[in-house]
Every structure is written in structure tokens, then in C-alpha cells.
Ligand binder design. Structure first.
Ligand SMILES: [Zn+2]
Length: 323
């Protein structure tokens, strides 16, 4: 399978860091908790598709691109998964929603019922079709011809029940992952006569070059500032604040001992506060009794730094890229 390797989304890492550093009493806490849960489920859904992709019979020239985000007019459009083959392109909108899902294409909506709760989502088929229209326009602007583009909404959650509010042709474009195999075989049989003039690879290179990753700030989204965040190093076992004692982090609640628990705390700092930190800021943030300890811990992490000894800034970007 030819594919771009996936990286765990920084957006989810930001949200998780925020959930751990915000007081549960904060007015935005439950909204953030819900977004963490929803984003994690979405990510699990996309990862779960890899098994089904690996089971497909695909020609040598094919490529999967995930989370592609391209400029269009004044804004951007994003596709969960785009499969490029020599004969056609396929856009998949992946949804990992639990509960009873009622597709109401007539009113361009998806209703989710879980217990006595009901939620409304955008119709995923229309979302995918909009992406296809945008991709077609993008391709027309860059190439003399483009292949047919097909779209499907894939419902990955095995515990969901799919329903149709009323018979509608769009319902055919909602599938479960195992259906993908036959669908692709039919497309290959149907489209074999017209193939691309250029190699699939040239499209992949151009699309990846045009990709503009979304810049997300959980702090901005929830209108939070530095003072809303808890300082300190959290115990990886019980999430209590740890203390620095004789060269080690010690949890006074569960007794856990760690030499590098500050790493996660600094990663949170990089995700939420700033890509760099001074020894003084680090001392306050990690609750260290003396600045020399902060300096020593930062130096030991082999981070790049800038500025003179007094105002030295340690760069934390590497901690975000490390995952
Ligand atoms: Zn603990």
C-alpha cells in the first residue's frame, strides 16, 4: 500500500494537554472533554481503515493521501482520505460515530440518537461531494484533464446502527468499510478505458506541495490564557502533582518515582503556551525550589537554545515533533 505515514494529530495532543491542565470547574472543561473524546474517536476510525485498505486489490500505480488540505478561493478544503489511481480518484469521508445514525438527505443532515440524547451533524455524503467539487476545480486549474472523482461516506463504528429517514439515492454512498473492496473492483472494471495522461505520482507530488496544514490553537479556540492552566509535573500513574526530591520526581499520593516526568509537562507547555521557555519560567512552571535545577533539567534535554546565558531561551519544538 502506497501511503503517506500518519502522525498522531497535534490538535488532539493540544486538546488532551488542555484537558489535563484545566480545572474541572472551568466553564469550558466539559466542552473540551467532549471535543477530546470526539477527536480521538475520529482518529481511531481513520486508523481502523488501514486494515481494509491493505485488503484491497489495487494496481501498482495507486496512492493514499490522508488529511490533505488545499487552498480554494478564499478558504481551504480538506479530505480525510484521497485514493489516487490511474483511472479515477476516490474521496472517503470517514465517520466513527456510535449510536443510531439516521441519514436525512432530504434535509442535508445526519441525526445521532444515543439513549435520550439527539445530536445533529452535517450530511457526510454532501461533505464528500463538496470536497470532490473543490478538488475538481483545483485539478482543472492545474491540469488539462482530470479523472472521474468518486465519493463515499464510510461509517467505521461497528456499534452504530445505520438508518435512512426516507428512501433517497444518496444513501447508496454510505457504506461500511468491507463494502469498499467490491466498489473499487467495479470502478476499475468501469473506468479502465480512460486513464490519466500523467503518472499518478506527479499528481501526488503536486497535491502534497499544495497541502497547507491547518494551524490550530486550542487555547485560542476556547479563549483561554496562561493563568487558566495548572502548573506542575503530573504523576503519570495518578495525575497528582509530583515533587522534585533529591534528583527525582516523587508522587506523595501513590509513591511513583520518575526521573523524566518533567518531559511531558514541558511538552504540554510547548503545545499550549510557547515554543520556548527560560530557566526562570521553567522553575515556576515545574514548581522547582531553585533556578539551577530548572537550568540543569533543560540542559540535560539537549534542546537547541538561543540568547545569552541570563536570558537563554530553550526551544521546545522538538518535543512536539518527537511523537
Ligand atoms: Zn501518583
Amino acid at each position: 500500500m502506497n501511503t503517506t505515514p500518519r502522525a498522531f494529530p497535534v490538535k488532539i495532543r493540544q486538546l488532551e494537554a488542555l484537558e489535563s491542565r484545566l480545572s474541572p470547574a472551568h466553564k469550558e472543561f466539559s466542552a473540551i472533554k467532549t471535543e477530546v473524546k470526539r477527536s480521538r474517536a475520529g482518529w481511531r476510525g481513520e486508523i481502523s481503515m488501514d486494515y481494509f485498505y491493505s485488503q484491497l486489490d489495487l494496481p501498482r500505480q495507486h496512492y493514499f493521501v490522508h488529511q490533505l488540505r488545499l487552498p480554494r478561493n478564499m478558504g481551504f478544503f480538506q479530505m480525510d482520505t484521497l485514493l489516487l489511481t490511474k483511472y479515477f480518484f476516490l474521496i472517503l469521508e470517514i465517520k466513527n460515530l456510535a449510536g443510531t445514525l439516521t441519514f436525512d438527505h432530504e434535509h442535508q443532515q445526519l441525526l445521532r440518537t444515543q439513549g435520550d440524547q439527539q445530536e445533529v451533524f452535517a450530511d457526510p455524503v454532501l461533505q464528500a461531494q463538496q470536497q470532490a467539487a473543490s478538488l475538481k476545480a483545483w485539478l482543472h486549474a492545474h491540469y488539462s484533464s482530470s479523472p472521474p472523482i468518486y465519493t463515499y461516506a464510510v461509517m467505521t463504528n461497528e456499534n452504530s446502527v445505520l438508518r435512512n429517514a426516507a428512501p433517497h439515492p444518496l444513501h447508496r454512498q454510505i457504506i461500511r468499510p468491507p463494502a469498499l473492496r467490491q466498489i473499487l473492483q467495479d470502478f476499475f472494471a468501469k473506468e479502465r478505458c480512460h486513464s490519466l495522461n500523467a503518472e499518478v505520482n506527479t499528481y501526488v507530488v503536486a497535491l502534497k506541495k499544495a497541502h497547507r496544514p491547518a494551524i490550530f490553537s486550542a487555547m485560542e479556540k476556547y479563549e483561554l490564557s496562561r493563568v487558566d492552566l495548572k502548573n506542575g509535573v503530573f504523576c503519570p500513574v495518578c495525575a497528582c502533582i509530583m515533587e522534585w526530591r533529591h534528583g527525582k520526581w516523587v508522587c506523595s499520593r501513590c509513591g511513583h518515582v520518575s526521573r523524566d516526568a518533567h518531559r511531558k509537562a514541558l511538552e504540554d507547555y510547548a503545545l499550549l503556551v510557547s515554543p520556548h521557555i527560560t530557566s526562570g519560567e521553567c522553575q515556576t512552571y515545574l514548581h522547582l525550589p531553585v533556578i539551577n535545577t530548572a537550568q540543569r533539567l533543560l540542559q540535560k534535554m539537549n534542546l537547541t537554545h538561543s540568547g545569552g546565558t541570563k536570558a537563554r531561551k530553550y526551544h521546545l519544538e522538538a518535543l512536539i515533533k518527537a511523537m
